[in-house]
Design a protein around this ligand. Structure first.
Ligand SMILES: Cc1cc2nc3c(=O)[nH]c(=O)nc-3n(C[C@H](O)[C@H](O)[C@H](O)COP(=O)(O)OP(=O)(O)OC[C@H]3O[C@@H](n4cnc5c(N)ncnc54)[C@H](O)[C@@H]3O)c2cc1C
Length: 437
């Protein structure tokens, strides 16, 4: 054993990047990236999963979002169908085992949503990824890519421990901001007008009187947030309150902030929104004593980003497709969540789809027009802002992740790229998520 005294003097030489090789490199460890990485690793592939944040779970954990939406069809409570059983079913089961998931029927959305505890979700993601054998690297900010023609060959990251590169034949962009297309110099789109994000607030020590129904409590809290918005300096009028009575928690979705993809401007917009979220908490403490009188702010998570940059795909999912219930020939997922477009500082457009209505997400919307070995999933697929406001919730994100993993496996089996994968074979594998529709 070396006898080190801890006083050695060293001088840094030019840092050599730590180099990883994988069959598939997934950028972004949110719901879509985790679903993709787990599925691909279980198919026997060597998967590297990178995330800029020093945790796993993306916005579902870090914001935190608080409810998994879009897993089920829309319609009456007794007529709910799971739209994305692949990965979705397992995820809910793993949360339930930890008593950390509470499926509940949303009358506003006419569908089942799953309220979850984000601390447990983070551990579920971590353990599922580790058990599947995924090489996970949190805290790795992808900042450059090498491109040869229509292929990305290497991504380079900054980490607190020095540079890292990942070389792979296939890449999945689950960054939410289409960073791979952007860094590769491929065309991209930016939401115009901008879509607002939200600074969420998690409250603890919320009391739930036995004689008050949780839904009624949430509605009352939302009314109070609207009534006293001016008095407490809140810009947003239409707020949402999610309750976890089993944990004495509430999650406030009561602010709107612009989310420019700019390292300084982003935070200049976030600070006032954090102050507003704190004032929203105070509003409820003052105005709804029986439930929130003892409540305290447990956490202001990272500012939530809804829609920013998307790829330019081979196909664009449009609002017309969503409302028409379009079944694409290259469908890889189904979705039915309402249109939920946060395009105004004060409120948002909320438009539930008719009972039993479904539309599909085409594989072409995941394929960047100029890159053959990259797939985009989650928030950065090619969709117009209205369509994306429905398709970007967590159920479809998980389904897109599963689809991308199978596409990667098929591509590797046949020596092809994503752009030339046999879609019929892909759809066969995704049959449970595509159903009879
Ligand atoms: C305020 C708010 C409320 C919402 N409410 C709901 C809801 O109730 N139910 C629901 O289902 N959905 C809801 N959504 C939508 C949903 O949370 C997201 O759209 C979904 O989680 C997106 O998952 P994702 O995997 O595509 O992206 P994200 O969860 O955004 O993950 C992207 C990841 O990529 C990483 N990344 C970005 N750039 C880089 C880079 N350069 N290098 C490395 N990593 C990078 C990020 O750190 C991040 O972890 C809400 C969204 C917001 C913002």
């Amino acid at each position: 054993m070396t006898d080190r005294t801890g006083t050695d003097i060293e001088r840094r030489s030019t840092p050599a990047a730590v180099a990883l090789e994988a069959d598939l490199c997934v950028v972004g460890a949110g719901m879509s990236g985790v679903a993709c990485a787990v599925t691909a690793a279980r198919l026997g592939r060597r998967v590297a999963l990178l995330d800029a944040a020093p945790w796993v779970g993306g916005q579902a954990v870090g914001v935190p979002i608080g409810t998994i939406a879009g897993l089920f069809s829309c319609g009456p409570r007794e007529d709910q169908r799971l739209l994305s059983p692949l990965f979705g079913e397992e995820l809910v089961r793993r949360l339930e085992v930890r008593t950390a998931a509470w499926p509940m029927y949303s009358r506003r959305a006419r569908t089942l949503i799953v309220v979850y505890d984000e601390v447990d979700l983070e551990r579920v993601f971590e353990t599922t990824l580790i058990d599947a054998g995924v090489r996970i690297v949190p805290g790795a900010v992808v900042e450059a890519v090498e491109r040869a023609g229509d292929r990305v060959t290497v991504v380079s990251c900054a980490t607190r421990f020095g540079p890292l590169t990942v070389q792979a034949p296939l890449f999945v962009d689950a960054s939410g901001d289409a960073v791979l297309s952007w860094l590769a110099g491929a065309p991209y789109r930016v939401s115009d007008p901008p879509v607002y994000g939200t600074q969420m607030a998690v409250l603890e020590h919320v009391e739930f009187p036995a004689d008050e129904d949780a839904t009624a409590i949430a509605r009352r809290a939302e009314e109070l947030l609207q009534t006293y918005a001016d008095h407490y300096g809140l810009t947003r009028r239409e707020s949402r309150v999610f309750l976890l009575p089993q944990r004495g928690l509430a999650i406030l979705n009561a602010t709107h902030l612009p989310t420019p993809l700019h390292p300084v401007a982003f935070w200049e917009a976030a600070w006032p929104a954090r102050a507003e979220a704190e004032r929203a908490t105070q509003l409820l403490r003052d105005q709804y004593l029986s439930v929130f009188g003892r409540a305290r702010l447990r956490r202001l998570g990272s500012p939530g980003i809804r829609q920013t940059r998307t790829i330019v795909g081979r196909t664009r999912l449009t609002a017309g497709d969503v409302f028409a219930g379009r079944r694409f020939p290259d469908a890889i997922a189904r979705a039915a969540w309402p249109v939920e477009l946060h395009d105004s500082a004060t409120d948002y457009r909320w438009q539930p789809l008719p009972d039993g209505h479904l539309y599909t997400i085409p594989y072409g919307a995941l394929l960047p027009a100029e890159l053959s070995n990259v797939l985009a999933i989650g928030r950065c697929i090619d969709a117009d802002p209205v369509a994306l406001s429905s398709a970007r919730v967590m159920g479809p994100c998980a389904a897109m992740g599963v689809a991308a993993a199978h596409a990667a496996d098929l591509a590797l089996l046949s020596g092809r790229d994503f752009a030339t994968v046999d879609v019929a074979s892909l759809q066969q594998r995704l049959a449970p998520n595509l159903g009879e529709d």
